[in-house]
Design a protein around this ligand. Structure first.
Ligand code: NAD
Length: 347
């Protein structure tokens, strides 16, 4: 039912945008503007069905509300998905049409890049809307958020390794990386520099080969990566990788990665806890990118200040683990309650 979502998933508005001239079919989901305009990336993806696209947009935008709230950003949560046109298409024209849809919301939603979209797509949209961020600027920080996302995940793994695994450094810690894309690759660099031992998988064999050559990583198949014998698992591909089938097979003791919506269902978070696996919620650890594009959008600070703000994610990981102990609950449920308590209008 379109209007029958549980209260916490109910959206303020959802726009279905079409433009036959360019082939645009997009869903712009505004979950909450309680804290400020809804801020979240735009995904270009081939979906199996329109229902799957809608489900993705709604789940992702709700996640952005929680992410932005936990990161103390003065923004609400929103997300957009563009259904990838079949065959060849005029990319600048498609994004101009999408930009007009963003503009039609008059600032209730601010967009940025996500899976399948690029900084060039964002730059192109500037001609039709100011409600876009993540654009490289001469002499100022900004642009691609993925290194900042990777840094946030990295400091979370450091904090988790210390607090959960009792490891004071990542030297020799074994980390499995699912996905070596924009975030996964930067994360691999940070982890390698810190002395971690990497096990990697990606559907793109060239990326795996590069990781083997550059980081001395061990390559495994995409079918095997989740269940390899490691200390830490970092899902950095797509969502729902932690599900009924995979959770019983996991061998890592700590999970922290960039992918959004890693848990297929809340019950999978409970199952992880029962197995003694500590799952650091995705929207807590992967907020580095939104912190970066939000600062860029507000024209605040520079590179060092952004990195310092992203590093604070480690403090939140520590606070979360303390709250989990006090509440005798799971990290996913405690983070959810914590974030929802912050979905309030800011003074
Ligand atoms: P990306 O598209 O650059 O990278 C994804 C990588 O995963 C690709 O290399 C792809 O080949 C690989 N992949 C796909 N399916 C796979 C599978 N089954 N097994 C192994 N590898 C697989 O995307 P990204 O920007 O690196 O984002 C990765 C994830 O992090 C996404 O879920 C995204 O929503 C999330 N995220 C990204 C950012 C950011 O700043 N880019 C911020 C927050 C969250």
């Amino acid at each position: 039912s379109l209007f029958g979502l549980p209260e916490q998933a109910a959206h303020e508005r959802v726009l279905l945008a079409t433009d036959p001239a360019t082939g645009l079919k997009a869903i712009l989901a505004v979950h909450s503007t309680a804290r400020g305009p809804a801020f979240g990336g735009c995904r270009l993806w081939h979906y199996e069905s329109e229902a799957a696209a809608l489900n993705d947009a709604l789940r992702l935008s709700q996640g952005m509300s929680l992410k932005n709230a936990l990161a103390d950003l003065p923004f609400g949560g929103g997300k957009a998905v563009i259904l990838k046109p079949e065959g060849a298409f005029d990319r600048p024209a498609l994004f101009a049409a999408f930009g007009r849809a963003v503009q039609s919301l008059n600032g209730a939603y601010i967009t940025a890049e996500d899976v399948g979209t690029t900084t060039a797509d964002m730059r192109g949209m500037q001609a039709v809307t100011p409600y876009v961020s993540g654009i490289p600027r001469e002499g100022a920080f900004g642009g691609d958020p993925s290194p900042k996302t990777a840094w946030g995940v990295f400091v979370s793994i450091q904090a988790g390794a210390r607090l959960v695994l009792g490891r004071s450094s990542l030297d020799g810690v074994r980390v499995a990386l699912q996905g070596l894309g924009a975030v996964g690759w930067h994360l691999a660099e940070f982890l390698h520099q810190a002395g971690a031992k990497l096990v990697v998988a990606d559907v793109d064999a060239a990326k795996v080969e590069r990781a083997v050559a550059q980081f001395g990583a061990t390559a495994v198949s995409v079918a095997d990566i989740l269940a390899v014998d490691v200390d830490v698992l970092a899902p950095c591909a797509l969502g729902a990788s932690l599900n009924e089938q995979t959770v019983p097979t996991l061998r890592a003791k700590l999970i922290a990665g960039a992918a959004n919506n890693q848990l297929a269902t809340p019950a999978d978070g409970d199952a992880l806890q029962r197995r003694g696996i500590c799952y650091l919620p995705d929207y807590l650890v992967n907020a580095g990118g939104i912190i970066s594009v939000a600062r860029e959008y507000r024209n605040e600070g520079e590179e060092k200040a952004v990195m310092a703000e992203v590093s604070k994610i480690a403090e939140r990981v520590e606070e979360l683990l303390q709250r989990v102990q006090a509440a005798d609950s799971t990290p996913a449920r405690v983070a959810d309650d914590w974030a929802r308590s912050k979905l309030v209008r800011l003074a």
